[in-house]
Design a protein around this ligand. Sequence first.
Ligand code: MF3
Ligand code: CO
Length: 247
Amino acid sequence: MIVRTPDELSLMRKAGEITRDALNYAKTLIKPNISTLELDKKIKEYIISCGAVPSFLNYEGYPGSICASPNCMVVHGIPSDKIILKEGDIISIDVGVNYKGYNGDAARTFPVGVISEEKARLIKVTEECFFEGIKHLKVGNRLGELSNAIQVHAEKNGYSVVRELVGHGIGTKMHEWPNVPNYGKKTDGPILVENICLAIEPMINMGKKDIYLLEDGWGIITRDGKPSAHYENTVILTLTGVEILTL
Ligand code: MF3
Ligand code: CO
């Protein structure tokens, strides 16, 4: 865990604000008939207009500035002019921003027009998983207490937790130690210290937990074809509590 100085935390806050604003902008764009490539172009321009850099672009060869993952796609959907949103879809938009060397990372799952009650419940419970998790994010606790709370809340609602992808420490790099799994035992993981930054990102499947990787090398899809939702924020843990930077 990398302990940040007050000046570094200020830059993390600014990166977080731009990330949040980019997602709020994304929300205004989501409607039937827009392609995920158009979303990518507009959000990329927005991030650059804020004096920041879209950190996903060229990350390990990733070709987009956002990840846009509809329905049964869990995460890492490459934006495409062939993927057109339609009424009733859900779509997770994941945005990463680098501001003066510091990173914000956040995701939301949005409804496209009117969606089914079962998809709406999946989105709601996935968000709740994040908030249940951070109740346990306290200096001196084990990280596993957060992971366990997320898993318990998802499974109590009849859903399953993706195992292969996890949250992460974040700072001058988008992915830093430690991993932040959305499942596990309360006694797992490191003991938390103050002034660390984490990206906490439950990925919750309506059906079974199993996933596969698309041939494009990025897109992650549920094996059973059922919908999946994703909700992510970058946070700071301080002695007094959790500060959510991307909300
Ligand atoms: N938020 C995701 C993550 O933490 C997105 C990164 S994927 C990228 O892994 F390659 F596109 F950057
Ligand atoms: Co992330």
